[in-house]
Design a protein around this ligand. Structure first.
Ligand code: NAP
Length: 290
C-alpha cells in the first residue's frame, strides 16, 4: 500500500460523521492501485459546524475531490459553485470535485444503482419497477430509473405521503412514469403481478435486524421479477433469500455501493473503469462481508 505513495500522490476522501464504519476507503484505494492512479483515499470525520473549515483546508491542500455522507449530503450544497442536474433534482450531493477555488457537486448513488443492474445484464428501458421505500436511496434510484426509460415505477412506502411527494417530484422533473401507494399487502398484490424489477430501498433487514423482511407474503415474487436489495449487510438478506426460494434472480446492494464509488472515481480522475474491475472489487468486498 505505502509503495503506492509518491511525491505525486493526490488526495481524495470521504467526509461525514461517523465515517469509521465505511468500506469506501478499502475499495477506493484498491481501485487506485488497480487503475494505476497515484491517489490516496482517506476518511475524514467532520464535526458539526466544521464543514466550511474542512472545505477551505481541502482547497489549500489541493485535495482532488471527496465523497459526502450523512449528515452533510444537503449542507454541502451551500459550498458548491455548480451542481449536476440529477444532484439538483435529488437535492443531495455525495461526490464533490475540486478544481482551483471551485467545487462541483454530483450524486452518483442513482447511477451506481443502474450500473449495478446493468453489470448483471439487466436493462431498464420499458421495465415495470416496484420500489419499496421512499427515502434518500429510493429518490436517487427512481430519478435514474425514470431517466433510463422505465415504463412504470411504483413507489410503495410505509409513510405514503413521502412516496407521493417523491412521485410528484420525479413526474415533474424527469418523466411522468411514477405512481405511489402505501407499503401494504394490498398494494404489493396490485403491482407485483406486473413487476419486472422489485427493489428494496428500505432499511428493513439490515444488520442487526436480519430476521426482518420488507414484505410479509411471498405473492410479491409471483411474476419472478429481478429482485434487488439495497441493503448489503448482510449480503443475503431475508428478502433476497425468499426471492431466491421463489426462483427470482437476486442482486445485493454491494454492487450499488461499489459502482457509486466507481462513478465518483471516474469523475475525480477522468477515466472509465472497466466492468471487470467493478466485478473484481465486488468479489473482494464479498469476502470482507462474509
Ligand atoms: P432513509 O432516507 O432514512 O429512508 C429509509 C426508508 O426505509 C424509508 O422509506 C422508511 O420509510 C423505510 N423504513 C425504515 N424502517 C422501516 C420499517 N420498519 N418498515 C417499513 N419501512 C421502513 O435511508 P436511505 O438513505 O434511503 O437508506 C435506505 C437503505 O438503503 C439503508 O439500508 C441503506 O444502508 C441502504 N443504502 C444502500 C446503498 C448502497 O450503495 N447499496 C446506498 C444508499 C442506501 P418511512 O418513510 O415510512 O420512514
Amino acid at each position: 500500500m505505502t509503495d503506492h505513495i509518491t511525491a505525486k500522490t493526490q488526495i481524495t476522501g470521504l467526509i461525514g460523521n461517523p465515517v469509521e464504519h465505511s468500506v469506501s476507503p478499502i475499495f477506493q484505494n484498491k481501485l487506485c492501485e488497480i487503475m494505476d492512479i497515484p491517489s490516496l483515499y482517506l476518511p475524514f470525520r467532520v464535526l458539526e459546524g466544521d464543514l466550511g473549515k474542512v472545505i477551505d483546508a481541502f482547497k489549500v491542500l489541493n485535495v482532488k475531490g471527496f465523497n459526502v455522507t450523512i449528515p452533510y449530503k444537503t449542507e454541502i450544497l451551500d459550498f458548491l459553485s455548480e451542481i449536476s442536474e440529477e444532484a439538483s433534482i435529488m437535492e443531495a450531493v455525495n461526490t464533490v470535485k475540486i478544481h482551483g477555488d471551485k467545487l462541483y457537486g454530483y450524486n452518483t448513488d442513482g447511477l451506481g444503482f443502474i450500473r449495478a443492474l446493468e453489470s448483471q445484464g439487466v436493462q431498464i428501458k420499458d421495465k415495470n419497477v416496484v420500489m419499496l421505500g421512499a427515502g434518500g436511496a429510493a429518490r436517487a434510484a427512481v430519478v435514474k430509473l425514470a431517466q433510463h426509460g422505465a415504463k412504470q415505477i411504483a413507489i410503495l412506502n410505509r409513510t405514503e405521503d413521502k412516496a407521493r411527494k417523491l412521485s410528484e417530484l420525479v413526474s415533474r422533473k424527469v418523466a411522468d412514469v411514477v405512481v405511489s401507494a402505501e407499503l401494504s399487502q394490498d398494494s404489493i398484490n396490485k403491482f407485483a403481478s406486473n413487476c419486472d424489477i422489485l427493489v428494496n430501498s428500505t432499511s428493513v433487514g439490515m444488520w442487526p435486524n436480519i430476521d426482518k423482511c420488507p414484505v410479509d407474503a411471498e405473492d410479491v415474487f409471483v411474476n419472478h421479477p429481478i429482485v434487488f436489495d439495497m441493503v448489503y449487510n448482510p449480503l443475503k438478506t431475508k428478502f433476497l433469500s425468499l426471492a431466491e426460494k421463489n426462483s427470482c434472480k437476486v442482486i445485493s446492494g454491494l454492487g450499488m455501493l461499489v459502482y457509486q464509488g466507481v462513478c465518483a472515481f471516474e469523475i475525480w480522475h477522468n477515466v472509465r473503469v472497466p466492468v471487470e474491475v467493478g466485478t473484481d472489487l465486488i468479489s473482494r468486498l464479498e469476502e470482507y462481508f462474509t
